[in-house]
Design a protein around this ligand. Structure first.
Ligand code: MG
Length: 301
């Protein structure tokens, strides 16, 4: 039985000596428990919520070459297979699914009729490395990271690992950040004045922040914080400006100034997370072989 299994993991609350303790009670619902929604998968990533059809979650099982779907009524089912080794997922302004693929080294969009179209696969004639995670800005532009994790022994064509911005209106593609060794998760702040980028290089394990101004290059890139266990992979901002990051021992939550507010332990190492549910206050977490959820005091930006 995949649905409704409570693992009974208690939240690791910071003790009273920690000055951040007062903030932590704002992170999760009182008495919240981590729930296992599905397990037995290979390596899950890229969760994205949809309010359509009563609400459902799409996520990827990369090595299984499948995209999965979770609903409260039906649990975990296969959404698409093969998936070109899908990884990160998001939705555009019209709710269409946008997906990064390791195997085909491209970013696609899924039309409402199910047709899958390629959005991006080359930069200046060279094939992308292996697009990893993706977000959509309110102006409709699509921002994604391109580390080499999906390449295996295939040689790279690009000379680096970049963050890209793709504009569907004119199909222009440009590099917007080059500072991370292994750019991975990314998210905009609620007001879209900031872009956060996770660097999964184990020597760095940092989250960067950039200032975002309309029609200008990203500015003032700087390290906001580092996770102290493992590396950050997927990250999300909530409406209050906090950054929720996957980390080696669970989910770490940071204030906009980089201060660590608290940690939610997860039995397996999380790869990614997203807000969802009917009120937007459930945090869905993909972690190695399992999908988890917990009720939080936050909602999507
Ligand atoms: Mg990732």
């Amino acid at each position: 039985m995949l649905c409704g299994v409570f693992v009974g993991v208690l939240l690791m609350l910071m003790n009273d000596s920690n000055p951040s303790a007062a903030s932590l009670s704002d992170l999760v619902e009182p008495g919240a428990e981590l729930q296992t929604l599905g397990t037995g998968m290979k390596f899950v990533e890229g969760p994205v919520w949809s309010d359509d059809d009563g609400g459902y979650l799409i996520f990827s099982d990369i090595p299984a070459n499948e995209m999965k779907k979770w609903t409260a009524a039906g649990g975990v089912t296969t959404f698409r297979a093969p998936s070109e080794q899908a990884n990160g997922n998001t939705r555009d302004l019209q709710g269409r699914l946008i997906t990064c693929h390791h195997q085909s080294r491209r970013v696609t969009i899924t039309e409402p009729d199910g047709q899958v179209r390629v959005l991006v696969e080359r930069y200046e004639g060279k094939q992308l490395n292996s697009p990893n995670d993706v977000v959509v800005k309110r102006d409709g532009t699509i921002w994604f990271t391109d580390p080499p994790y999906g390449l295996g022994k295939t040689p790279k064509e690009l000379d680096g690992h970049f963050v890209f911005r793709f504009d569907p209106k004119d199909r222009s593609l440009r590099i917007v950040a080059r500072e991370q060794s292994m750019p991975n998760g990314l998210c905009f702040s609620s007001d879209e004045k900031r872009l956060y980028v996770a660097d999964s290089d184990p020597k760095k394990h940092e989250i960067w922040v950039y200032d975002v101004k309309p029609d200008q290059p990203l500015a003032d890139g700087r390290v906001l914080c580092a996770v102290d266990k493992g590396v950050p992979d997927g990250i999300r901002c909530d409406a209050a400006g906090r950054i929720w990051s996957s980390a080696g021992d669970g989910v770490h939550v940071f204030a906009p100034d980089g201060r660590l507010l608290g940690k939610i332990p997860v039995p397996q190492t999380p790869s990614n997370l997203c807000f969802g549910g009917s009120d937007g206050r459930t945090l869905y977490i993909t972690a190695r072989t399992s999908l988890y959820a917990i009720r939080v005091q936050a909602r999507s930006r």
